[in-house]
Write a protein of this length. Structure first.
Length: 134
């Protein structure tokens, strides 16, 4: 579903949900990698079990020299990680962006998430996704 960033961050609009197995004793590393000639602007949030609010983890974009990665946690089982990605590029062009969730230098089971699609006639697209940590 498509919703405003503010509604998404407050839990007012829930994206697709996937389960990811993690070691709750270890920090979680998140990276964003564009696999097409587009710019990807992103924002990630986390919600601890039992909480109603969301806490921003990171935000950025792939158009600069700053690494598109961060580390958070350790996080409890049941924590939700949600993200929003704005895609910008040529009109009606195929895009691909890969989110990797890893611990101790290796992707966790279910932690390589690929999003593919086609930009609109104006060259934009939005990806929204949520993972539940198990």
């Amino acid at each position: 579903p498509v919703c405003a960033v503010a509604a998404f961050a407050s839990g007012g609009c829930l994206p697709d949900i996937a389960a990811v197995d993690v070691d709750q004793a270890q920090p979680l590393h998140i990276s964003v990698a564009g696999a097409s000639p587009h710019t990807f602007a992103y924002r990630f949030w986390q919600q601890e079990p039992g909480e109603t609010g969301w806490t921003k983890i990171t935000e950025g974009h792939t158009a600069d020299a700053t690494p598109d990665e961060c580390t958070t946690g350790p996080l409890a089982a049941g924590t939700a990680i949600s993200y929003w990605i704005a895609v910008s590029g040529h009109p009606n062009s195929a895009y691909r962006v890969i989110i990797t969730l890893s611990q101790n230098g290796a992707a966790v089971p279910g932690g390589i998430i690929t999003h593919e699609g086609t930009t609109s006639a104006s060259g934009g697209a939005v990806v929204q996704h949520q993972v539940a940590l198990a």
